[in-house]
Design a protein around this ligand. Structure first.
Ligand code: ZN
Length: 102
């Protein structure tokens, strides 16, 4: 789990996931209140997390011959699974390192 770059305290899994669901990477530290940015440990990981669920869905539909309902059930399961592991691969930064807003 990532540590706050300002006060050094660990963030909980819940804090990361709840803020990820808000679709923002800018989060105030629950301990010291300082603004932190949730950034991936490596840029490669961001790509993996965005494409892996799609690959699994397409791959398993070809291998297991899934129909529409199977895919409808599989998609939220994979998104939840991705959300579950997501915080373990994140770190915190004082600056917005994603470069999207620069
Ligand atoms: Zn802090």
């Amino acid at each position: 789990m990532p540590n706050c770059k300002n006060c050094g305290r660990k963030w909980t899994w819940k804090t990361i996931v709840l803020n990820t669901l808000k679709l923002t990477n800018k989060v105030n530290c629950p301990h010291c209140g300082e603004t932190q940015y949730i950034v991936p440990k490596s840029r490669k990981l961001t790509g993996v997390f965005s494409f892996l669920p799609a690959f699994i869905i397409i791959g398993s539909s070809m291998i297991f011959d899934l129909d529409g309902w199977d895919l409808i059930l599989l998609t939220p399961t994979l998104i939840l699974a991705a959300l579950f592991v997501y915080p373990f691969f994140m770190k915190l930064s004082n600056d917005n390192e994603t470069g999207l807003l620069k």
